[in-house]
Design a protein around this ligand. Structure first.
Ligand code: WT7
Length: 661
């Protein structure tokens, strides 16, 4: 859908509507559709007044702000709560020690082995965060320094993030499933001083070494002075003298009784950088700041998850993605909730693992991804019936449009046909949820993220920048700034402007296609740029292509997304080897391994096809929509191909594809 001559259309037609439960309404933050509309209206009429109220109510400020919002879409530059001072770790920890939550579980960690469980009360978590903050301090980490974190889903991951926030250091988490090459480029881009990593990842019963990746990455990272290593699996690792040390040794030296004062930060100081894929090669270092981000993640947690003091809340994402940052850590801990962190995978040792955890900890709110639901659906409803799921009250979904079939399975088997499902649309860049039902207010329609949250001015624009009519497909846009919005692409202001604020004046452009139905419900159709959404994770096709052509025998490559029953989308690649290179199946296998090594397992193409040539326009642009159709076995609806330089290329590719199947 990347080229402008493709009309954005949606074929999905879904008529079912489910009313929100009546039980629980009275105690909900927003308990009726009328209450939602009233609050939404107020937030649109006086956005600054609205956000000031929310920021005041949710966050503890060391010093109140001077101005609520200072926005300039043309520059672009956005300052929220200018002059305000606060510390995020203070808000997530210290204040709860004084407000009755001291001995309440903040984090419940369930390791992959069933018996590996750790519970951190707010006080215990505070102690561990202070200890590790002191370790970082000793390593010379100061306010504004960058710390890269490459850890599996173990408690130290959460502790490390909060320790950075405490010192005012900027964390940059790199998902532990990424390769050494991906880690290296991210460390180099943000010029991190310290890396925090582990000996290994435990996943589906296997120990996967992690430290060797870190070593490989660090071979070309001059800025790294220290590397702190968590012992998770106990496998052998090599430690570099003068650079590497063990987490447990370091914290043992850090006095348990000594605290670490939280650094009072400016509202607009950077809290973290998180890299995400874009349509050009290099991942973007999305920048989030302190005051607005915290306000926004707490605001959305309170409204969408209706988070209550005695709630046990479980978001199944990895802290390595924005979902984990915002909805395992900062949002829930800001509100003083109990948040579960799970190390394992949904299908190991069996497809009942999630439901076992729900029963074990009596989970009230469960937030997962459509790809997980689809994977679990394969085993039918048996595994869900063996457990008592009656503690559940709210179900959530995130990462990609949820197909109505998965929605219904979730609704029937987990929600027992009575729990609200919140299908939350948002992005790394938005910091928090943007379009979503409110559990006790919004009637839901399977597959629709429904209505924008209070404070969010979402609309559908056509190519001309006019608001599209009902059910007319177009670009999803956000017309007003919101506190959780990204403040930049680290080190690249040009790219920030070009990627998000260029298409239409005075609007944020998320690069998603969508339509709005007669009831004002949003139906998100997916990415409009050259990004593939595999299992709810964004991968830039340009990154995959540059990995393929970095192989010595590959001259040219094009990667596209194809529909996949479990993953949503899978990667399909076309490659043109150098002349004289034999087109063997072995080379294709090697190329898949190569992408895996360059980017990580999630980017591995499901299939690669040899292409004697790629379909290009006369100006040399690859016609991706043609490739997308061929990859999906649709050999007819190519649209306008009159600008193709050499139409015979297409015939060759079709022949090649047919021969593959
Ligand atoms: C892209 C953002 C947000 C955290 C996880 C992914 C797609 C996400 C939904 C949803 C339809 C969705 C969009 C978006 N997306 N949630 N509920 N319905 N599409 O974060 O990697 O930044 O990806 O994921 O296309 O732009 P991300």
């Amino acid at each position: 859908m990347s080229s402008s001559d493709d009309k954005i259309t949606s074929l999905l037609s879904e008529e079912r509507v489910f009313e929100p439960p009546t039980e629980g309404r009275d105690a909900a933050a927003i308990g009726s559709l009328d209450a939602y509309h009233a609050e939404y209206k107020r937030s649109m009429e006086d956005p600054e007044g609205y956000w000031a109220e929310r920021a005041e109510e949710l966050v503890t400020w060391d010093k109140k702000w001077d101005t609520v919002l200072d926005a300039d879409f043309d520059k672009p530059e956005f300052h929220w709560f200018k002059g305000g001072k606060l510390n995020v770790s203070y808000n997530c920890l210290d204040r709860h020690l004084e407000n009755g939550r001291r001995n309440k579980a903040a984090l419940i960690w369930q390791g992959e082995p069933e018996e590996d469980v750790k519970v951190y009360t707010y006080q215990m978590l505070h102690t561990e965060v202070c200890r590790f903050a002191n370790v970082l301090k000793k390593k010379g980490v100061k306010k504004g320094d960058r710390v890269s974190i490459y850890l599996p889903m173990i408690p130290e991951l959460s502790i490390a993030l909060l320790a950075c926030a405490r010192l005012g250091a900027i964390h940059s988490v790199v998902f532990a499933g990424f390769s050494s090459v991906a880690l290296q480029s991210r460390i180099q881009d943000c010029e991190a001083k310290v890396l925090v990593t582990a000996d290994a990842v435990i996943r589906a019963g296997k120990t996967i070494p992690l430290k060797p990746n870190a070593d490989e990455a660090l071979s070309e990272c001059d800025t790294i002075e220290s590397c702190v290593v968590v012992k998770r699996a106990g496998n052998d690792v090599s430690m570099t003298d003068g650079r590497d040390s063990w987490w447990h040794d370091e914290v043992a030296e850090s006095d348990i009784a000594s605290t670490c004062d939280p650094e009072s930060m400016d509202a607009e100081d950077i809290l973290f950088i998180l890299y995400t894929s874009g349509s050009t090669g290099k991942p973007k270092g999305v920048v989030h700041t302190t005051g607005g981000y915290l306000t926004y993640v707490m605001h959305t947690c309170q409204y969408v998850f209706d988070m209550k003091d005695d709630d046990v809340y479980w978001c199944t994402a990895d802290v390595g993605w924005v979902t984990g940052h915002s909805y395992i850590l900062y949002g829930p801990l800001g509100l003083g909730a109990t948040s579960i962190m799970f190390e394992g995978v949904p299908t190991y040792p069996g497809p009942d693992r999630f439901w076992k955890i729900v029963e074990k900890f009596q989970v009230n709110t469960f937030y997962t991804a459509p790809t997980v639901i689809r994977a679990l659906m394969r085993d039918g409803d048996g595994p869900t019936q063996r457990y008592d799921l009656s503690s559940l009250r709210i179900l959530g979904s995130v990462g990609e449009p949820i197909n109505p079939e998965a929605w219904m399975w979730y609704h029937v088997n987990i929600g027992k046909e009575k729990l609200p499902i919140v299908d939350t649309w948002w992005q790394t860049e938005t910091g928090g949820l943007m379009i979503s039902p409110l559990p006790y207010a919004t009637p839901t329609k399977p597959g629709s993220a429904s209505l924008p949250l209070p404070g969010i001015d979402a609309a559908i624009f056509n190519e001309e920048g006019e608001e599209a009519g009902p059910n007319e497909g177009g670009h999803l846009v956000i017309r007003k700034p919101w506190p959780g919005m990204l403040r930049g692409v680290f080190g690249d202001p040009e790219r920030y402007k070009k990627a998000y604020f260029n298409r239409y004046k005075d609007t944020y452009d998320p690069e998603d296609g969508a339509r709005k139905d007669d009831d004002g419900y949003f139906w998100i159709m997916g990415r409009l740029d050259d990004v593939v959404n595999v299992s709810g994770h964004r991968l830039g096709t340009a990154e995959i292509e540059s990995a393929l052509v970095s192989h010595p025998v590959i001259a040219e490559a094009a990667a596209v997304g194809i529909p996949h029953t479990i993953k949503g989308q899978a990667v399909y690649a076309f490659v043109t080897p150098n002349t004289g290179v034999e087109h063997t199946p072995e080379l294709l296998a090697e190329l898949r391994g190569h992408v895996r090594k360059e980017i990580g397992p999630i980017a591995t193409p499901d299939a690669i096809q040899y292409a004697p040539g790629l379909p290009k326009t006369r100006s040399g642009k690859i016609m991706r929509r043609v490739l997308r159709k061929i990859a999906a076995n649709d050999f007819e609806n190519f649209g306008d191909t009159s600008t193709l330089a050499d139409p015979s290329v297409v015939e060759d590719l079709i022949k090649g594809k047919k021969a593959l199947d």
